[in-house]
Design a protein around this ligand. Structure first.
Ligand code: ADP
Ligand code: MG
Length: 271
């Protein structure tokens, strides 16, 4: 489904190119979920944006991104725009920034579907309402009349996932979709994404620093550090037998936090 070869992304600066992602290669089979793990600034988002073709002129992108056999890096922008949304959808960290505050959800969701699907508005609306139902978003008709600021971060995130479902893409890239929302909503979003996988067998790239979430959703994991891939393997291999020191560090830190949490709850039980 997706083969990334020697992806190198550099920022164009006054002093020349500054490499940010270096020589990253990975593959993703259809119906699989690849988790990308790594500390903040390690190049996870840039890698995914390059796959989506969302990086502007200020970046130099080298290498190959083969999606269903087509190199996305050399595809003309109008063709890439067609792929984006219809074939590959992205769910971003802060849903609020994905929506325009001036327009109702109905307006924006319809507009997006119109760009990708050649169907009359009533059919598109039906698609949206069905997707809402699948994402447990009730009273869809009323919800559609709302403006982004009238919804919580968690709700907006679900609307964004519902929009993805309505577009029925072959691949979804979720870039830390649970980072900006509270824990209760995080659990629900993960369950919803799991449901998307189960129902539609969508291929997925899932970025998170939450090991628990990655274990639950992903088949394979790739670990990034300072713009490079340092490890890749099955979830079992990476989490339970990490080879790279950077992965060992990430897991160790997480375990220490958990231990501290358990120590606290032993001293002062919650109930
Ligand atoms: N627009 C940009 N201009 C210059 N540097 C950037 C830009 N976006 C990201 N970077 C840098 O690229 C590196 C990787 O960023 P990013 O992919 O966003 O990290 P991650 O998603 O893993 O937290 C970071 O050092 C970041 O500062
Ligand atoms: Mg990021």
């Amino acid at each position: 489904m997706l083969h990334v070869h020697n992806l190198t992304i550099s920022a164009r600066t006054r002093h020349g190119l500054r490499p940010l992602v270096k020589d990253v290669s990975f593959s993703l089979e259809a119906n699989q979920c690849l988790g990308i793990l790594g500390e903040s600034g390690s190049g996870k988002s840039l890698t995914c944006k390059a796959v989506m073709g969302l990086l502007g002129e200020e970046f130099d992108v080298q290498g190959e991104v083969l999606f269903q056999g087509q190199n996305l890096l050399t595809l003309p922008e109008h063709k890439r725009r067609k792929l984006r949304g219809k074939e590959i959808c992205m769910v971003i960290q802060n849903a609020m920034t994905a929506f325009n505050p001036l327009f109702s959800l109905k307006n924006q969701l319809l507009e997006t579907l119109r760009t990708h699907l050649d169907e009359p508005d009533p059919v598109l609306l039906k698609r949206i309402l069905e997707a809402f139902e699948k994402m447990n978003l009730y009273e869809g008709e009323t919800l559609l009349l709302k403006y982004p600021h009238q919804l919580s971060g968690g709700m907006l995130q679900r609307v964004m996932i519902a929009l993805c479902i309505a577009l029925n893409p072959v691949m979804i890239i979720a870039d830390e979709p649970t980072t900006a929302i509270d824990v209760v909503n995080q659990v629900e979003i993960i369950q919803e994404l799991q449901k998307v996988r189960d129902l539609f067998h969508t291929t997925m790239i899932f970025i998170s620093h939450d090991l628990g979430v990655l274990c639950q959703l992903c088949d394979t994991l790739m670990v990034m550090h300072e713009g490079q891939k340092v490890e890749q393997g099955s979830v079992q291999e990476v989490i339970f037998a990490p080879k790279a020191p950077q992965t060992q560090m990430l897991i160790q830190t997480r375990l220490e936090l958990l231990r501290a949490f358990h120590a606290c709850t032993e001293v002062a039980p919650c109930s």
